[in-house]
Design a protein around this ligand. Structure first.
Ligand code: SF4
Length: 211
């Protein structure tokens, strides 16, 4: 079923509509839709891959270990959490059940494409000054299929506008990609401090847009 988000309903209306989404098969085994969260006035939007186990259970994005790491990095980069909105390219948790736990499975391109209208609707409403892609899934979806986080992270890229000049105003908006916080959690202990510092450095570039 093609996703067609309702118009003129604001973020709260989108969130309510997304609860019943059947745009792909991921809704069925998951607990609930995990829509984006944050103020409608947010100037910076983070786009991750998909909710994780804890997010799926609680219905909020970035509330698990990766979210806590992101919160710490935001503080270290001088970004006010109140200026940010967090969401994911795919709004249901894709996993493989095992006897002990639900194992994360990356979403397929079909899930990312099916869910894209929700992300586009969020971005159209928020009109952020900068969109920060967390990890390769979001970067490939929003920047380019050939985007490589290792080579191209931390750079400000002009964000193409889908709005007319009148609607968009004269302000340039930006895209930037960095590593997903969950990748830092999976980094070997001895390399983790450097990986964390690199995330903070990328976020500081994003912060410069808001200054
Ligand atoms: S992952 Fe996205 S498109 Fe698929 S059912 Fe969930 S909200 Fe709908």
């Amino acid at each position: 079923m093609t996703v067609i988000p309702p118009e003129g309903v604001g973020l709260a209306g989108l969130r309510t509509a997304a609860r019943d989404c059947r745009g792909c098969e991921l809704w069925e085994p998951a607990t609930q839709t995990v829509f984006g969260a944050g103020p409608e006035t947010a100037r910076l939007v983070f786009v991750g891959e998909q909710p994780g186990d804890q997010e799926d259970r609680r219905g909020e994005p970035f509330v698990g270990p990766a979210g806590r790491l992101l919160d710490r990095a935001l503080t270290d980069a001088g970004i006010d959490r109140a200026d940010t909105y967090v969401t994911n390219a795919v709004k249901h948790f894709r996993f493989r059940p095992t006897p002990k736990r639900r194992l994360h499975q990356s979403p397929g391109s079909e899930h990312i494409a099916a869910c894209r209208p929700w992300l586009d609707a969020e971005l159209a409403l928020l009109m952020p000054e900068i969109v920060v892609c967390l990890g390769a899934v979001a970067a490939k979806a929003l920047i380019s299929p050939s985007f490589r986080i290792t080579a191209d992270r931390g750079r400000l890229l002009p964000r193409p506008s889908t709005l007319s000049e009148d609607e968009a105003g004269v302000q340039q908006t930006w895209l930037l990609a960095t590593t997903h916080p969950s990748a830092i959690l999976r980094t070997p202990d001895e390399e983790r401090p450097a990986a964390y510092d690199a995330l903070v450095a990328d976020l500081a570039v994003a912060a410069s847009v808001l200054a």
